[in-house]
Design a protein around this ligand. Sequence first.
Ligand code: SAM
Length: 159
Amino acid sequence: MSRLENFISRMTAQRDILDYVCPEVAKMEGLVLELGLGNGRTFHHLRERLPGRRIVVFDREVGAHASSIPEAENLVLGEIRETGRKFIGIEAALVHADIGTGYDDRDAVTATWLPDLIASLLRVGGFAVSGTPLDHPLLQRLAAPTSEPADRYFLCKRL
Ligand code: SAM
């Protein structure tokens, strides 16, 4: 599979999983946290799928398309490992983390802190959607609702 095909497959799984969880999230109280604004495509998607819901977005810097930049009060700049700590206990309904790099060694470092952080940000029953696996005793992996291969994008529920 070429990198282009792999990317399309990953984005298809990402879209399918977000579309699956958004109606569930709409029934719950709690913030939505977007870890990794990037171009802002998934932020834009979440804003469309969850109208009126507060979405707080994290990144090192703003590099998004002008149509997809959060309001200043919903934008948190800096290293997520640090900035995310201030939100511990916030009881978010959804955390979406798209901060994988495609480099195993770098993603292994992220895996040492991201699952713990996400578990501490979510309410019980809340959802984590992630581009990298989230191994944590309080994050139950669910079968991804997509026809793409299981390792493309990950869905967990907070126990
Ligand atoms: N989901 C986005 C979209 O649809 O456009 C793409 C996100 S992009 C793949 C990942 C983003 O996460 C980049 O903008 C990068 O700066 C940010 N990022 C990755 N790791 C980070 C970290 N540890 N702290 C802050 N930002 C981080």
